[in-house]
Every structure is written in C-alpha cells, then in structure tokens.
Design a protein around this ligand. Structure first.
Ligand SMILES: C[S@@+](CC[C@H](N)C(=O)[O-])C[C@H]1O[C@@H](n2cnc3c(N)ncnc32)[C@H](O)[C@@H]1O
Length: 216
C-alpha cells in the first residue's frame, strides 16, 4: 500500500508538471502519479544500481514505459527539463550536496524537499544559500514528516521559524500541535528521570518552555 507520505508528496504536484524524482528508490512516487492521471513527463534518478533496478521493475510491473531512471548523483548530467524536483527520504548532507553540485539546474524550478531529521538545519542552510520556503506541511505517517516547498529567492527567518518552520508556525495545524504536544511529554519524561543536578536539565526545561510558548 502506498504511504501517506508519498501521497502527500504527489498532492503537491500539478497534473501537467514535469517532475524529476531524485533518489526514487522503488519509484513509488512516479508510479502513483502515473496511475492517478498525471499527464506531464516524469523522470527519476538513483545513485545505486540496486534501487534503480527496483524502480525499473516497479514501473514495468505497472505498465509504465515512459519514465526514465538515470543512474547518477542527484541531478548530475540529468538532461530533463523539470518544473518540480522532488528530493525525499534522503539526509540533510545529501540534499544540500545535490543542490550545491549543480545550482543552476534548480533555477526557475520548484523543489519539494522532505528529509527525516535536521529540518531546522535545512531551513538555515536554505536561508543562507539563496532559497526561500514557499510552503510547508507536516503529516503523520507513523512518524512525523515535514515537507518543504522551496524555490530560489530570499527569506529571513528567526530562530523560532528555523526550528518550527515559518509556514508551519502560521498554520499551527492539528498535526503540528499533536507532534509538539507529544514532544513535550517526551521531554518531560526525560527531565523527570534525571537527577536534580544533571547538567542537561536546564536545556531540556528551556526546550519545553519554548514549545509551550509556541503552542499557546
Ligand atoms: C530512503 S530512500 C527514499 C526513496 C524515495 N525518495 C522516498 O521518499 O520514499 C533514499 C534513496 O535515495 C537514494 N540516494 C541517496 N543518495 C542519493 C544521491 N546523491 N543521488 C541519487 N539518489 C540518492 C538511495 O539510493 C535511496 O534509494
């Protein structure tokens, strides 16, 4: 069954757009898009041959013949004119290396980025490297995932926006509130398990206070 995360990524893409899915693994996104009426061209890239073969097999099993899967690092040597580039399920270092490796490729394009950890680090990097966050969404799919829509541009984020997401802070969706309510509970459990003089106590309490301030 296709994951909520993949469906959410797909929901951020318009039907006619030219899509490049970087690090496609099984090409679940491409297959889902094609099977749900996407009319624009789709291409994928993969770093390793094993996942590329998984992608080719999945595409073939679904009768999809017009999706190319390039074996390459990120968007290196990719000759495909995309409107939207999806980079999902990879780490902060990989995604920022991919963008830095061929910055001109991303000009005039929209990026949909989902990394599993260090999203705050990614926001800071985007701000410092001439990118703008146009939209954000948070979903729960067993874990919580933050998905960023990004383009080239300027933005100024304060520390709170870097940590929680500028758009997520404005939206304060039910999933956002749920995610951070659970985070508080987790931090309180850790705090209460520590001895009174533990050096981490004040940092943990500061984090709890900050989240409570955001949620109120
Ligand atoms: C965890 S999977 C995520 C697959 C899919 N994008 C998703 O969101 O479900 C990460 C995939 O990215 C690929 N990958 C990692 N680094 C890459 C790079 N620099 N360029 C292309 N693919 C890469 C890995 O081989 C792996 O198949």
């Amino acid at each position: 069954m296709i994951s909520r995360r993949i469906k959410t990524l797909a929901s951020l893409i318009d039907r006619e757009e030219r899509v490049l899915d970087v690090g496609c693994d099984h090409a679940f996104l491409a297959v889902w898009l094609k099977k749900n009426g996407h009319s624009g061209p789709i291409a994928c890239t993969e770093l390793r041959e094993g996942p590329r073969q998984n992608a080719l097999r999945n595409l073939q099993e679904n009768g999809i013949e017009d999706v190319q899967v390039w074996l390459t690092y990120g968007v290196e040597n990719v000759d495909f004119d995309a409107d939207v580039i999806v980079m999902a399920g990879m780490g902060f270092t990989t995604v920022t290396k991919i963008i830095s490796g061929r910055p001109e490729y991303f000009e005039g394009k929209r990026m949909i980025i989902q990394i599993n950890t260090e999203v705050d680090k990614l926001r800071r990097w985007l701000m410092d490297n001439g990118f703008r966050i146009d939209d954000e969404t948070i979903i729960r799919d067993y874990k919580y995932y933050e998905i960023l829509t990004v383009s080239i541009g300027e933005m100024q984020l304060d520390e709170q926006q870097i940590r929680f997401g500028p758009c997520l802070l404005q939206q304060k969706s039910d999933v956002f509130v749920e995610c951070y309510t659970k985070r508080i509970a987790k931090l309180e459990t850790i705090r209460d398990s520590l001895p009174e003089n533990h050096p981490d106590l004040s940092r943990i309490q500061e984090q709890i206070n900050e989240i409570k301030k955001v949620l109120n």
